[in-house]
Design a protein around this ligand. Structure first.
Ligand code: UTP
Length: 407
């Protein structure tokens, strides 16, 4: 795009300030900025999304498969799942495009070493968990790893340097998610350099469209993949491509499945699976009224207690429909480092702008049907969000030890 075209496009959106330093830029800088502007998703990046997701419909409890029911049908469900895996119908999608700001490490979060007497990287532990299944099934599961512009090269180099932790390199596929620019509180695009908007990863909801853009949906479909097991980088105890979960979801006839842990107490800060206007939905802990959070059934169990663990199964045919619809955009108020009036980069002391993200949890609603599948917290849920305290490196180490992992 030429300067005049860029200028009129930006004028139309009230963002012409972005070209303020144009005359100081060299050819490469101009090309970079022009490409960012040309690729802008103007509908997503808008302050009109603030508060947009706050209204909720009629909330009701959702039926799920309890531990007792799973145990009673374990052999049968496992056989269904194993057959699907052996036939190549299941692919695993590792969401590793986040910035891991709470953990505060420089490199990709998965490259974080959680070992004590030997190195044990988060990525390595996840591969071990996947290998438990692939060894038992005698078949590989393609592993699709989502990165972002910020950590793509480092993630690929890390896997290569560690020989993919023994997983076949030809079964590992990297793809990049898109970036979205941040805006200030008046709706003006922020800049991180004279030749760049202040960009950050666009949330984990974009995984499927990024996968498609990378040509990997087509590739997987050609291999016969029908299900994607999508999971977060930070839960080092999770079972990946778990045959019982796969089998249960297939047998249920539902278009998606979600592994959940029972909430420990009413105030626990975890997203909860429920029905909203008859459709499966994940609502945030702060969207549950006190009354709902404390509601118990006749056996004394919390009614809204299916805490999501970010381990989902989605059927490919419904994903194809979902992608044609727009996921809700979440505008998050954040501290965004940006250029000031004189072109110097400043790190703000308080929230100064909005980042725009779509979230995978909104895909559960769009899938139309979902099987909540209970897991044992102590055996399958050890998320690493922080260095210490709740959901931390420390708490995950304790849980790994409890499960016989040598650290
Ligand atoms: P979180 O919401 O925990 O975010 O991501 P995060 O970036 O890892 O950590 P903080 O909030 O900055 O401390 C949940 C999962 O979604 C992935 C993360 O990598 C993690 O596996 N994710 C998040 C993406 O892949 N892309 C994103 O844009 C955001």
């Amino acid at each position: 795009m030429q300067y005049n075209e860029l200028k009129s496009l930006l004028d139309m959106h009230g963002q012409a300030h972005v070209l303020r330093w144009w005359n100081e830029l060299d050819e490469a800088g101009r090309e970079k900025l022009a490409a960012q502007i040309a690729n802008m998703d103007w509908e997503t990046v808008s302050l009109s999304h603030i508060g947009e997701n706050s209204g909720r419909g009629k909330i009701e409890p959702i039926e799920g498969l309890s531990l007792e029911e799973i145990d009673a049908r374990r052999a049968e469900l496992s056989a269904v799942g194993q057959e699907a895996i052996v036939k190549g119908k299941v692919a695993a999608v590792l969401l590793a495009g986040g910035q891991g700001t709470r953990l505060g490490s420089d490199g990709p979060k998965g490259a974080y070493n959680i070992g004590l007497t030997r190195p044990l990287y988060i990525f390595e532990q996840l591969i071990r968990n996947l290998q438990d299944v692939t060894n038992a099934c005698g078949a590989y599961v393609p592993l699709l790893i989502m990165t972002s512009e910020l950590n793509d090269a480092a993630t690929r180099a890390f896997f290569e340097a560690h020989a993919y932790f023994g997983y076949p390199a030809e079964e590992v596929f990297f793809f990049r998610q898109e970036m979205a620019p941040a805006m200030d509180e008046h709706g003006k695009l922020l800049m991180s350099a004279k030749d760049s908007l202040a960009l950050s990863p666009n949330g984990n909801g974009g995984w499927y469209s990024s996968l498609e853009r990378a040509g990997l949906v087509e590739k997987m479909a050609a291999r016969g993949v029908e299900w994607f097991n999508v999971f977060a980088v930070d839960n080092v105890l999770q079972r990946i491509a778990d045959p019982v979960f796969v089998g249960a979801t297939i047998a249920s006839g539902k278009a998606s499945g979600a592994k959940f842990v029972r909430k420990g107490y009413p105030e626990e800060r975890v997203g909860v699976l429920c029905l909203e206007d008859g459709l499966p939905t994940v609502i945030e802990y702060y969207e549950l009224s006190d009354e709902m959070a404390n509601l118990r059934d006749e056996t004394g169990r919390l009614v809204y207690s299916f805490g999501v663990t970010l381990n989902y199964l989605f059927r490919l045919d419904v994903l194809k429909e979902i992608v044609s619809r727009r996921l809700p955009v979440h505008a998050a108020h954040k501290k965004v480092s940006c250029l000031n009036e004189s072109g110097a980069l400043v790190a703000p002391e308080r929230e100064n702008g909005y980042k725009f993200e779509t979230l995978i949890l909104d895909m559960v609603r769009q899938a139309g049907t979902c099987l909540p599948f209970e897991i044992v917290r102590e055996h399958e849920f050890a998320p690493i969000k922080n260095k210490t305290g709740k959901d931390s490196v420390e708490s995950a180490r304790e849980l790994l030890k409890l499960n016989g992992v040598q650290l």
